[in-house]
Design a protein around this ligand. Structure first.
Ligand SMILES: Cc1cc2nc3c(=O)[nH]c(=O)nc-3n(C[C@H](O)[C@H](O)[C@H](O)COP(=O)(O)OP(=O)(O)OC[C@H]3O[C@@H](n4cnc5c(N)ncnc54)[C@H](O)[C@@H]3O)c2cc1C
Length: 458
């Protein structure tokens, strides 16, 4: 019998195990992960030049360190960024735990430099322009690990956990939870029962569907949250220079007319590369990376539009999947890319036109086409209005040559009901990180893991 069974070896799961070890809990901990150990994770695209749709799991989104391993490792050090966990546990405590968890990252070799700490004249000027454009600029210091450095850091954590007796089972896929009389007793993993005192589900965005299904089957209380659908924008570094240098990442939020949906910038990668990742059902979605040492001439960032649903339809994940599938269909299974000018002119983009401007796509296997044929009207109009607002802060942002890749979708919509002590409606079952719907970033997911461990220590 295990003391703690953790399903999913992303930041939320591994920081639970790490904090338990750091406090000499003596607990018998097992982590089951459907992907590979971190030292066995490598995306074949580096050699093949294009995505080969790895089976059974994508190395980018699955494996030890979760979606974080290949992310460019931007640790957001403000409670205002990374999800809604502060609503649950309180902003002050959330900030305290971010500062605490940041120290653990530093112990494992994170870069000591933090960007966006000072309120310089440049930042004041950016804020002034944001106010004039009806946008909110969120302050958020960032510790940037860099994609390859993040990989090394999580490898050190993996080695530390293994050296200290945490059992990690790669290629172990949780199929079901064992819940009897509303008490969680374990999980069925690779067809075998694993019994545990406490079961922690930390399956990330990739496992959000699975967890939603578990909620349906076992009556775990949850609620439909928001879903974010949008595009990844790519433009020349020269356009973004001022913001990149002053802030590294500009977190801008607006509620553009006429729909007033929340629209925001997210995951900005100066000198970065646009990337493709694959989810269940072969859904290809776009994302972005930036490396510490390898730089492109472009900056990419996401623009995401939040959608709420109520009655009669409240399945945001399904909605976003359908939109994603439609975009993939138009791109023949690939990411679609279109120039902003072509969208304004009501025409598709042709592949040969992509080399006409200053900005050259950093995702070469993206297919030029017409994203407006698949993105819902409400989403598209909100994004285009937002781009015009950002153009007032960053002149040139709404240039005709600016590239829009789609679909960029964030699957964190199923929110598990829990109290401030992270108790769910099922005894001994805890749900953490992005799959719980309460976090959407490396630091906040890690923080939720640390808080979980502290609770288990009491
Ligand atoms: C390309 C990319 C770039 C990103 N960049 C940043 C960034 O710069 N800064 C930032 O803050 N965030 C970034 N993110 C988001 C960040 O990586 C996630 O928010 C974070 O990893 C969430 O942690 P988690 O532990 O909740 O889940 P995840 O990291 O997704 O880990 C969940 C793990 O559970 C496993 N799993 C799923 N289902 C099962 C199952 N049934 N059985 C067993 N295992 C299962 C998965 O294989 C996965 O390894 C990025 C994400 C991506 C994909």
């Amino acid at each position: 019998m295990l003391d703690v069974l953790i399903i999913g070896a992303g930041p939320a799961g591994i920081f639970t195990a790490l904090e338990l070890l750091r406090n000499n809990s003596g607990k018998k901990i097992l982590i089951a992960e459907q992907g590979s150990m971190i030292d066995k994770r490598s995306c074949p695209k580096a050699k093949t030049g294009k995505c080969v749709h790895c089976k059974p799991t994508c190395h980018i989104t699955s494996g030890f360190a979760g979606a974080g391993a290949f992310s460019d490792g931007k640790l957001s050090l403000s409670y205002e960024v990374g999800g809604d966990l502060p609503e649950l546990i309180g902003a002050d405590y959330a900030q305290k735990m971010i500062d605490y968890t940041d120290k653990i990252y530093l112990e494992f070799g994170a870069d000591t430099h933090v960007e966006g700490l000072e309120a310089t004249e440049e930042i004041k000027d950016i804020r002034r322009k944001a106010i004039q454009a009806d946008l909110k600029l969120v302050d958020c210091p960032i510790r940037h690990l860099g994609t390859e450095k993040a990989h090394e850091l999580y490898l050190r954590i993996q080695e530390h956990l293994l050296a200290n007796g945490v059992e990690i089972l790669p290629h172990h896929d949780a199929e079901n939870l064992i819940i009897e009389d509303n008490v969680c007793k374990g999980a069925v993993i690779n067809g075998k029962e694993f019994r545990a005192e406490k079961v922690i589900v930390a399956t990330g965005r990739k496992g959000a569907d699975w967890l939603e299904n578990m909620c349906r089957i076992h009556g775990i209380q949850n609620e439909a949250g928001v879903v974010d659908i949008g595009v990844r924008v790519e433009l020349r570094n020269e356009v973004m220079e001022k913001v990149n240098e002053a802030l590294y990442e500009s977190k801008l939020i607006g509620y553009p007319k006429p729909f007033m949906n929340k629209v925001r910038t997210f995951c900005q990668n100066p000198g970065g590369f646009v990337a493709q990742e694959n989810y269940e059902n072969n859904l290809a979605v776009v994302n972005g990376h930036s490396f510490k040492d390898k730089k492109s001439g472009n900056t990419n960032l996401a623009i995401l539009c939040s959608h709420h649903f109520s009655v009669p339809f409240n399945e945001p994940i399904l909605y976003a999947q359908k939109v994603g599938q439609l975009l993939n269909m138009l791109g023949d299974g690939n990411i679609l890319v279109q120039r902003l000018g072509d969208i304004r002119n009501g025409k598709r983009t042709w592949q040969k036109e992509l080399s006409q401007g200053n900005v050259r796509p950093t995702l070469p296997d993206a297919v030029a086409g017409d994203i407006t044929s698949a993105i819902p009207y409400r989403t598209m109009i909100s994004i285009l209005s937002f781009i015009d607002q950002v153009d007032k802060v960053v002149p040139g942002f709404a240039s005709s040559e600016t590239l829009l890749y789609a679909p960029e979708i964030k699957f964190y919509s199923n929110r598990i009901r829990m109290d401030a002590d992270l108790n769910t409606s099922v005894k001994n079952l805890y749900c953490l990180g992005d799959s719980s719907g309460w976090t959407r970033g490396l630091m906040m997911a890690s923080v939720m893991g640390v808080i979980m461990a502290k609770k288990l220590l009491n």
